[in-house]
Write a protein that binds this ligand. Structure first.
Ligand SMILES: [Ca+2]
Ligand SMILES: [Ca+2]
Length: 223
């Protein structure tokens, strides 16, 4: 598995981490942004606002910016009370602070970590944030593997095309042969019929000859 952010089309300053909770790239932004600006920033990097998926990962992200509000990629902007992850994945872990989420003043639609606990807060206040890209499993291919496979596929495609062309040609040849064979069979039948006719003629002539020989003999005996 490549640990080079460039292999995943991420900016150079993303760093790679493999821990018990999985393999991730992270980038800690130092500036504060509104929730939507932070979300957009991560997505323009080719990543997402970090989404803690386990307690150790939640603690890790919290420790990247201690004692601060940190946006995470979870919000209920689309439908009040229905929290979704910005990368479309299922939310399998939460760490809400007591009495949260409370949608205070009916105006809290995005989630921050503060000292490891989650809270829904107002989206328009700028906060620090961490972007992340999850690398799933050991079988994720990096860009170079992908290029190799594409090249291999193209070369196989070309080979297959060549085989197909050859096959079509052979098929055409075979069809021509088939036609030749039929011509030859027809010719053979014709010759067979002719030969039969010659044979009949010959037998006829033999009979005639025998008859005339017999006649001649009779004629001579009479002399
Ligand atoms: Ca809300
Ligand atoms: Ca709240």
């Amino acid at each position: 598995m490549s640990e080079d952010p460039n292999d995943y089309n991420l900016p150079d300053d993303y760093f790679f981490v493999t821990e018990c909770w999985g393999s991730r790239f992270y980038k800690v932004y130092s500036e504060k942004m509104t929730y939507n600006a932070a979300k957009t920033q991560c997505e323009s990097d080719g990543a997402f606002l970090a989404i803690p998926r386990s307690e150790p990962e939640n603690d890790y992200i919290a420790d990247l910016i201690p004692n601060n509000h940190i946006w995470i990629g979870i919000d209920d902007i689309d439908q009040e009370g229905v929290f979704v992850a910005v990368d479309g994945s299922d939310i399998t872990y939460t760490n809400w602070n007591s009495d949260q989420p409370n949608n205070s003043h009916n105006n809290e639609n995005a989630v921050i970590i503060l000292n490891k606990a989650w809270n829904d807060i107002v989206v328009k206040v700028p906060h620090r944030f961490v972007c992340s890209l999850r690398i799933r499993g050991m079988f994720i291919l990096n860009q170079n593997d992908l290029k190799d496979i594409q090249t291999e596929l193209q070369s196989r495609d070309r080979e297959n095309q060549k085989y197909k062309t050859d096959l079509l040609e052979k098929q055409k040849e075979l069809q021509n042969c088939d036609k030749d064979l039929k011509d030859i069979q027809a010719e053979l039948q014709l010759r067979d019929r002719e030969n039969q006719r010659y044979r009949n003629d010959l037998q006829e002539k033999q009979r005639e000859l025998q008859a005339s020989e017999k006649q001649y003999k009779t004629y001579r005996d009479c002399e």
